[in-house]
Design a protein. Structure first.
Length: 113
């Protein structure tokens, strides 16, 4: 049971580190919390049986690293909205071009069955 929880804690911690460096870093909080829970239970079981705790400490270290990165990115990164006026002009221009193309079509030559 302890090895299963330690393995799950390591997998969740590694996943949270990977997610924390990606643009969707807010998703890193979910596996980080899971890694903390698995690690705490594994740590409790290791204390109870007097077994080594080095791997569990590694999982905690990775989890703290991921939480730090994700928190930093969520606080200090801002999403910038570009110039929407240019986008609106391009959209209007493409709409006008589409209307012109539709007007140029000769529908009289088509045979309807």
């Amino acid at each position: 049971m302890r090895t299963l929880l330690t393995t799950l804690a390591l997998i969740a911690a590694i996943l949270s580190v990977i997610l924390s460096v990606l643009p969707l870093s807010n998703l890193a909080f979910i596996p980080a919390i899971a890694a903390l829970i698995f690690g705490l239970v594994a740590f409790y079981l290791s204390n109870k049986k007097q077994l080594p705790k080095h791997t569990i400490k590694l999982a905690f270290l990775l989890t703290i690293l991921a939480l730090g990165l994700a928190t930093y990115k969520s606080i200090f990164s801002t999403s910038e909205v570009g110039n929407t006026q240019e986008l609106e002009q391009k959209e209007q221009q493409s709409e006008e071009e589409a209307i012109e193309e539709l007007e140029d079509l000769d529908l009289d030559d088509l045979e309807l069955e």
